[in-house]
Design a protein around this ligand. Sequence first.
Ligand code: AMP
Ligand code: MG
Length: 570
Amino acid sequence: MTKHGFTLFLFLSSVASTTCRDEQDFCESKSCNERDFEQNHFYTNVKTYGEIPLTLSHKLSDALPLDEVDGPVIRTVKGCVFSECQPTPLKEPLTLAAVSQDVLRNILDLNESVIQNEEFVLCVSGGKRFPGSIPLAHRYGGHQFGNWAGQLGDGRAHLLGEYTNRKGERWELQLKGSGKTPYSRSGDGRAVIRSSVREFLCSEAMHFLGVPTSRALSLVVSEEPVWRDQFYNANVIKERGAVVLRLARSWFRIGSLEILTRTGELDVLQTLLDFIIKEYFKSIAMNDPDKYVVFFSRVVNETAHLIALWMSVGFAHGVCNTDNFSLLSVTIDYGPFGFMESYDPNFVPNTSDDEGRYSIGAQANVGLFNLQKLLVALKPLLTSDQLTQCRQTLREYSQTYHQRFHELFKAKLGFLGNQEKDSYVIAFLLKLMEDTGADFTMTFRQLSEVTLSQLQTGSFPPSMWALSDLLSHEYFRDWVQLYLKRLSRMKSDSDAARQHRMQGVNPRYVLRNWMAESAIRKAEKNDFSEVALLQKTLTEPFVEQEEAERAGYSSKPPSWAQQLRVSCSS
Ligand code: AMP
Ligand code: MG
């Protein structure tokens, strides 16, 4: 306890309960309301035709066991890592609603004009194959909400192939929402516009925030009806199908290995694990007898780093199941995620998670739970000595996480070097934010914009709304004194240098729910202007932008934002 009566709380609380939740949104009702659709296409001048100059390779299907049964027959699959499976084209007319120019140019080496090629929209929505593509659906399992859920797999995603770009980076291209596969269970293989807009915008936004993540090339919307009961209250409505083309260095997840151990397919397990190490962990020598131990310790470290990064931008993933945790420790599978607004360690973005298992403050511990499950999956390939070493690595996870968290929050406060009380200053501020419900993103941003003399006098302009909320706390002045004292110890630092440093790590814009919702409401009427504005804004989240300011993206969230709910339905 401190003199202010709180313990140092660094977002590491105990693992919550283990209730299983059905993540899917599978419905069959036929009632609907027709909508009027305005035409507002992303590209208006279709000028070119012909093959898209993007040739994919298929190392994955060459190297790893494939399902012997052909076609999207839904069933329990055995003895393989992938099933060959063709996407089901979305019904035309199609609209190319958004494209990431950064992915297009800097990952796929494509010229902007490619989007004017008629074939492009087909290739990125499953209507046509990229040259060289052999579409696959991946077989994986997973622990969902704490319980083993059995076979899951790509129920609505198709891995198109791999592309090695001119920088030598290898990227795996995947469609999401592209139709049924053997892993669709009772699902329709589709994704709706709202969840696709969210995934497209957020994965790109996370990249520009500096958080390892899958990327998104494109968002295509269709008029194909897709039926969803968004809040699981028997109110099934007709929505529309959309496809996102997303990319990652690898789409393998903890659940990719778990399923093979669970079913006792240890030869496939070893083949897959060796492939993963060889392809994605190149610094690990394949002849190292401890290669699995080294692999495990890398995943443990990188997962701790990733979750600390999530916390540093107030990101709650929403569904931290083992099937949604990448072995390369990048953020994947954007569903009911949320950026925390009022600071609250119990913030739960997903309304379907009513026990708060995946609250923002539980994420670090959930990461540990997931890594324990990864170790269970690796166990058959480890000697008892190696297992002991891996267990030791797991014991160090908490420290790794705390260290990274500490470094990130020190940077958010503009601290250079280490001082004994740094943890205290961080935790003290978080406690004040918790008590006052101050906005997470803007508190840090406004601390980066305020001058030290403004801080000293407590006279903030009205635009500093988050700091004004904090000001009401009886201990705010005490915290300011500690903070100023800490800053004054950095002798060669100037206020301008501090502000500059802090503004480079504290975003002014994150994808708040209300912003996504406002863009989605328009997108559902075929107006993609706000998707475009958000995409542009979030490409430079640390830079103040006129249009974004006019749209209120750094203002206090509107009151209607409080009613918004996001569920697993997608
Ligand atoms: P997610 O919530 O997207 O991580 O999905 C969890 C599991 O459910 C994965 O195996 C998905 O492929 C599957 N799934 C989710 N929605 C659908 C759908 N509409 N059709 C088929 N499979 C789905
Ligand atoms: Mg998933």
